[in-house]
Design a protein around this ligand. Structure first.
Ligand code: PNS
Length: 168
């Protein structure tokens, strides 16, 4: 890390990355020199995509943006922030329902690491109802997730949940 660089982390599960995440990460990249999209390891017992796949999908989506990188982390988020030299944790808030949990985490993280600021960003309205959980549910049931996930994720979901051919 260069001494003058402003680094932010965008932490989450990203199982999988959605266009809502992409929107927040792009907004963050306008304000920081580097954004490290940080995938938490070992959280869900049965993720849809393993962590290396999730990292691949993030990297494929942002391959043309040198400011955005992807890495896995485990343990305390604030320790990871310190390790990568981040001064900010960026989290997206889609609706009031996100706020309580995010506010609690932000205050706890501040208590643990006062030098690391949590920054809340809001996505474009069209992504305010998008979540990885719903994307997985819809894709697994053969629904259309076009326009809600980046192309590499759509391809991987299609491979994972092929639409059965209808026989007459
Ligand atoms: O995408 P998610 O599941 O909402 O992300 C949650 C995440 C990864 C930000 C949160 O679970 C986290 O920071 N975990 C790391 C462990 C930690 O530091 N916990 C204390 C948070 S106050």
């Amino acid at each position: 890390m260069e001494a003058h660089e402003r680094v932010a982390i965008c932490p989450g599960s990203f199982d999988p990355l959605t266009l809502g995440h992409v929107d927040i990460i792009r907004r963050a990249a306008r304000h920081f020199d580097r954004v490290v999209v940080s995938v938490l390891q070992n959280r869900e017992k049965t993720p849809l995509f393993v962590v290396p796949e999730r990292l691949d999908l993030i990297r494929a989506t942002f391959e043309e943006d040198p400011r955005v990188e992807a890495a896995a982390f485990s343990g305390l988020l604030v320790e990871w922030a310190r390790e990568v030299g981040a001064t900010a944790i960026v989290r997206g808030i889609r609706a009031v329902s996100d706020f309580e949990y995010e506010f609690q985490m932000a205050l706890m993280n501040r208590r643990l690491a006062p030098e690391v600021e949590t920054v809340f960003l809001t996505p474009a309205e069209e992504y305010s109802y998008v979540s990885s959980r719903l994307i997985k549910e819809i894709a697994s049931l053969g629904g259309d997730i076009e326009g809600l996930v980046p192309a590499p994720v759509a391809e991987r979901l299609a491979a994972r949940f092929p639409i059965p051919s209808v026989r007459s």
